[in-house]
Design a protein around this ligand. Structure first.
Ligand SMILES: Cc1cc2nc3c(=O)[nH]c(=O)nc-3n(C[C@H](O)[C@H](O)[C@H](O)COP(=O)(O)OP(=O)(O)OC[C@H]3O[C@@H](n4cnc5c(N)ncnc54)[C@H](O)[C@@H]3O)c2cc1C
Length: 367
């Protein structure tokens, strides 16, 4: 049996590996000239790590060092708005890791046969009967998987009438800062913007900033430093230590809900199926869950019944998590001062298990 995968990001490579482990012939068509993830870090939360265990890669990631769950949310002046019991989160949910994105891609890629990887191949059209037209010709397969991200050609080919991605109104910048003392993994919320820093096992600090901005605004490091000037330590220092060429800017999109994650012999997964805001740090974790579930169901039940089962299991879960992700992040982007003052007064009064409860559906997944 042969599976052709459109897109060689984290979702596509994990899918290729899941099928390869089950003895399928795999082919990954990636339009970029090489398989890599550019820049910045990635938190793999307990559910994502369990999915990687299914691929035999969990321990390889853990051996690089474990990461920290969110210690809490501070206000711009440094006051705690929400404070989590980090040890309790680890006891409840398991382990976290924070990795360089490229390191995870390299780990996945290294397990695949070289002939399975076709970089520099731009896919133009995907047909439900399993035919893929691309810059190198045409390919037929028993199963095609669209793992081609938020602007998915696969999705557009299958459902041309469904609207495309919607910009959510805020943009993200990510970079890895050199080693610096930080108080765990912390988010800071201001008015219409926030800053997150996550210590990495190698001592560096993964930083992400999100700010209300028009679509396609191009904001340089100097403007970012000005936006976050006066915020509590170590935020200005982390921004000062950033290299301008290492800061990656992403407009943040969501996709309208689909009524199915497959058509004919073609399945969608990862951001192509359910792009979500990064507020819960779950996009890649969900793509990993998708990958191992898809391979397990299709391999066990055959393509027809397996795709129906994949859809039945994955669609409600990923759509719920996308919804939660949007909800939990929304207050960080309120900009009207009376509303943010109300938020800052209300958050410290939430029950101490509030955060743990809100992430329970995401983190407790088991294969
Ligand atoms: C700021 C930010 C922080 C995040 N933090 C986290 C986090 O901490 N934890 C987490 O789990 N998730 C996080 N995410 C989400 C995560 O990055 C994504 O959900 C995940 O990378 C999606 O992987 P994917 O493989 O589905 O799609 P992508 O990574 O978008 O990969 C799609 C691939 O398809 C290729 N492609 C596209 N079109 C074509 C075509 N026509 N032909 C051939 N190839 C094509 C692209 O080149 C790309 O390589 C974050 C996202 C953002 C924006």
């Amino acid at each position: 049996m042969k599976v052709t995968i459109v897109g060689g990001g984290i979702g596509g490579l994990a899918t290729a590996l899941a099928f390869h482990r089950r003895g399928w012939r795999v082919e990954v068509l990636e339009r970029a000239p090489e398989f890599t993830e550019i820049g910045a870090g990635l938190s793999i939360q307990p559910n994502g790590l369990r999915a990687l265990d299914q691929l035999g890669l969990g321990d390889a990631l853990r051996s690089g060092g474990l990461g920290d769950p969110l210690a809490g949310i501070r206000g711009a002046n440094g006051n705690w708005l929400i404070r989590n019991d980090v040890d309790d989160l680890k006891r409840r949910f398991g382990q976290w890791v924070t990795v360089h994105r490229a390191a995870l891609v390299d780990l996945l890629r290294a397990e695949l046969p070289a002939e399975a990887l076709r970089p520099g191949t731009n896919v133009h059209v995907v047909r439900p009967e399993g035919t893929v037209r691309h810059s190198g010709g045409t390919t037929d397969a028993d199963l095609v998987v669209g793992a081609d991200g938020v602007h998915s050609v696969t999705r557009r080919s299958l459902w041309p009438d469904i609207p495309g991605p919607r910009y959510v109104g805020y943009t993200t910048w990510r970079f890895i800062a050199p080693p610096h003392p930080v108080d765990g993994s912390v988010e800071t919320w201001g008015r219409g913007q926030r800053f997150g820093h996550v210590p990495m096992p190698d001592g560096n600090v993964y930083c992400y900033l999100m700010a209300n901005a028009p679509l396609n605004s191009r904001t340089g490091l100097e403007r970012l430093r000005a936006r976050f000037a006066g915020w509590h330590d170590p935020i200005p220092a982390l921004l000062d230590s950033a290299r301008a060429d290492a800061v990656r800017q992403h407009d943040t999109y969501e996709l309208p809900k689909l009524r199915a994650y497959f058509a004919g012999k073609v399945a969608l997964l990862g951001d192509a199926a359910h792009a979500m805001t990064p507020n819960l740090g779950q996009g890649a974790c969900q793509a990993l869950e998708d990958a191992v579930t898809l391979a397990a169901t299709v391999d066990a039940l055959g393509v027809g019944a397996g795709l129906s089962e994949y859809d039945r299991v994955r669609r409600p879960r990923t759509q719920l998590i996308a919804h939660r992700s949007r909800q939990v992040g929304a207050p960080a982007h309120w900009a009207w001062p009376p509303l943010t003052a109300l938020r800052d007064a209300a958050l410290p009064r939430l029950p101490s298990a509030f955060f743990a409860r809100s992430v329970t559906p995401a983190y407790t997944w088991t294969p």
